[in-house]
Design a protein around this ligand. Structure first.
Ligand code: AVJ
Ligand code: FE
Length: 438
């Protein structure tokens, strides 16, 4: 968006705001009012909380901070402040009803479109290339993925529908790809809507390593399970083993066996056979780590993942995506909730990296071994609560986005994070190994 004219930038922002809202409305309208206000899991908010929180943040950032207009409703800020209310406590709040929420959401959006028409863009860092609007678009899309995870936790029948992915698929791929030693540019100083934690661009040295060509599949993960991997302490870290017992882990979340011993998984109110060639999803970091140890491998670091996704061996430069600088389309990756499951391993050859690593973007978020840290030169922007307050905790970084991640909230530099025990998110992984000295 940096190169757009002012008019084109406003149109782009309006389209992105609208695209996010279409998705939010669809997620909310798919269920009845009772379903919207009830809590489907203590890990999640009632859907109606996310819905109003999206509008409340939009109001704070765009109506009040950019537009300098009066508050639409300042009396509800505390209720929709994520830091003041743990998810488990949100159903007990005197939340806006679904009808009130829809009214509030629409009222805020009307004002935001006024602000968009009259605001000076590129006037200051907050409006540079429409940054605050881009941040709000990404915030809504991120909460839409959270709402999608809530949908997956519902036990009350199917509400969402989407076709099974059927993209182009490469066969006969090598199991792993060699990444040569050397520096690469990690992070960005030029991506207009990149969030604070992706900045600034900086040089990172990476030793030679091998990386799985595709995410680890259900079939591969089931081999670990069948080999007794969940009961063998050797494969687990100390924290992982303790958690495996505390939470009584024995298979990915949502998996169950039928009477014949075949694996099935609950998926958005339906039941699917566990497809051997599909990337595994709904595993926590500790399960990913244990699988990798069992396979004689390890999880990639965040820097290794980003080098694989962005480094172009021909030009030695970092690009925006594995396939180049162009925005994602449906031939590149399974993004944007076009499907409700990952695509088979080897899919989207048009989205592979120059060295042949497939499905880095979309399908499943990929656990890395890295904790969330600040890049050298990191500056919290525009508020400490997006990233800064999360630094130095036990979060692990996830990369690449899932089938439920919108393209606006996903790119080669994008960093997601969560606790290593979390598995209601659409997370899988791929493994790596050291290449040693040539
Ligand atoms: C960066 C995805 C971990 O969903 O908790 C949403 C994004 N920040 N509202 C989250 C976010 C504030 C955040 N993650
Ligand atoms: Fe939020």
């Amino acid at each position: 968006p940096t190169t757009l004219t002012d008019d084109a930038l406003r149109q782009h922002i309006a389209a992105e705001l609208d695209r996010a809202r279409q998705r939010t409305s669809a997620l909310a309208d798919a269920v009845d009012e009772q379903d919207l206000v009830s809590q489907h899991s203590p890990l999640m908010s009632p859907l109606v909380w996310d819905y109003a929180h999206i509008a409340n943040q939009e109001e704070i950032w765009l109506v009040r901070d950019v537009g300098r207009h009066d508050a639409v409703r300042s009396d509800i800020d505390d209720m929709y402040d994520a830091f003041q209310n743990a998810r488990a406590d949100r159903p007990a709040l005197p939340l806006l009803s679904p009808v009130q929420t829809r009214g509030y959401v629409a009222q805020v959006r009307d004002k935001v479109l006024d602000v968009l028409n009259s605001a000076r863009l590129n006037a200051d860092p907050l409006t540079q290339a429409g940054f605050a609007f881009g941040m709000v678009v990404q915030h809504e899309q991120q909460h839409d993925e959270t709402m999608l995870a809530t949908h997956q936790l519902r036990r009350t029948g199917p509400a969402l529908h989407a076709p099974t992915p059927a993209p182009d698929r490469a066969t006969g791929l090598p199991a792993e790809i060699f990444l040569p030693a050397g520096g690469f540019t990690m992070g960005t100083s030029t991506e207009a809507w990149a969030l604070d934690n992706e900045r600034p661009a900086h040089e990172v040295q990476v030793d030679a390593f091998f990386l799985d060509t595709t995410p680890v599949t259900n079939g591969q993960f089931a081999a670990f399970l069948d080999a007794g991997g969940y009961d063998d302490e050797r494969w687990w870290s100390v924290g992982g083993w303790a958690h495996r017992h505390r939470a009584n882990l024995s298979a990915p979340l949502f998996w169950f066996r039928n009477d014949n011993g075949d694996w099935y998984r609950r998926s958005f109110g339906t039941v699917l056979p566990v497809a051997a060639d599909e990337p595994v999803v709904h595993v926590c970091y500790y399960e990913a780590e244990a699988y990798a140890a069992w396979a004689g491998r390890r999880l990639p670091t965040e820097a290794e993942w980003e080098k694989a996704a962005r480094w172009d061996p021909d030009t030695q430069r970092s690009r925006r995506y594995p396939w180049g600088d162009a925005d994602p389309t449906p031939v590149h990756a399974n993004l944007g909730q076009q499907h409700l499951r990952p695509a088979l391993a080897g899919s989207y050859p048009a989205g592979a990296s120059p060295l042949g690593v497939h499905q880095l973007m979309g399908d499943v978020w990929e656990w890395t071994s890295s904790t969330l840290s600040a890049y050298p030169g990191f500056r919290p922007f525009p508020y400490d609560e997006y990233t800064k307050v999360f630094l130095g905790s036990d979060y692990r970084v996830l990369r690449g986005g899932s089938f439920g991640t919108d393209r606006a909230a996903c790119r080669g530099t994008f960093r997601n994070w969560d606790y290593p025990i979390r598995r209601q998110i659409f997370a899988g992984f791929r493994t790596a190994r050291n290449a040693g000295r040539a």
